[in-house]
Design a protein around this ligand. Structure first.
Ligand code: IPD
Ligand code: CA
Length: 265
């Protein structure tokens, strides 16, 4: 039986509301006001609109919680122990290119620990959600990470550092080692959905460096509540500080860490 807190219901409703304007804008891409944030890193009016809706809806429900927003940055609340960590569009490049793999990612942190996560992929109407101790779900279905034991049978996802991002050489070393070892590597373009796919057992693992807290916060609890592991490259839990993430199941996690470490030299 799925038991959901009232706050998780509010969070999911906020995601659906923000998604409505995103989907409208996605359908009218050519009319969007797109400005350049940095090389190959766009921010659109859709992004800002969605973030505003999410902020308003969540503030209505919990007026004193703080926020960490991709666009708006850190907004302290009166309640210092709770904050929402939000990416209004994860997969912005996909969004702007008309590729449907993008999502809204919302996590709730209490005293530095993620206690709930919602990742909503509006075009597929896939609502991934998790709360600490209550399991991870896709819509109403309980999620479980894959049971694969062998890297050579595994499909992994990753993020490729793009123009203007550091780490190109190191990534090529990692990829060189991984592609010789696994059944397949995918680059879908949304870190949050990559983690959701690991939680759902669609992919057996995911790794990326240079990632931000809002890209991964909700995905971390999804993978853990689906019985998987999420660590930094050293096997520790400083993903949000280091920007490094490795996620997979019980059998593949250590082999993945070892493979990446050897590759980097
Ligand atoms: C990006 C996506 C991408 C990942 C990048 C992120 P954005 O977020 O999650 O998959 O490889 O590191 O910055 O810019 O689409 O919100
Ligand atoms: Ca992002």
């Amino acid at each position: 039986m799925m038991v959901r807190s009232a706050l998780l219901n509010v969070t999911m409703a906020a995601a659906r509301k923000a998604a409505r304007s995103l989907v409208r804008d996605y359908g009218e891409l050519e009319q969007l006001q797109v400005s350049m944030k940095g090389p190959a890193d766009f921010v659109s009016s859709a992004d800002i609109k969605a973030e505003k809706t999410l902020r308003q809806e969540l503030k209505k429900a919990r007026p004193h919680y703080g926020f960490l927003l991709e666009e708006g940055g850190e907004i302290a609340g009166d309640d210092k122990s709770h904050r929402w960590i939000i990416d209004p569009i994860d997969g912005t490049t996909n969004f702007l290119h008309g590729i449907p793999n993008f999502c809204i990612s919302i996590a709730l942190e209490r005293d530095g620990e993620i206690i709930a996560g919602v990742i909503y992929q509006p075009l597929g109407d896939e609502m991934f959600h998790a709360e600490r101790g209550a399991g991870a779900f896709l819509n109403e279905r309980r999620l479980r990470v894959s049971a694969r034991r062998k890297l050579e049978e595994s499909v992994l996802t990753t993020g490729i550092p793009f123009l203007g991002r550091p780490g190109h050489e190191v990534f090529l070393k990692e990829l060189g080692a991984v592609m010789k070892t696994v059944a397949g590597v995918r680059r879908f373009g949304s870190a949050a959905l990559d983690l959701a796919y690991v939680a759902a057992g669609r992919c057996d693992g995911y790794w990326e460096a240079g990632i931000k807290p809002w890209d991964i916060a909700a995905g971390i609890i999804l993978v853990r509540e689906a019985g998987g592991y999420v660590t930094d490259y050293d096997g520790g839990t400083r993903m949000m500080e280091t920007g490094e993430v490795v996620a997979s199941n019980d059998h593949l996690h250590q082999p993945m860490l070892k493979l990446l470490k050897t590759a980097r030299g």
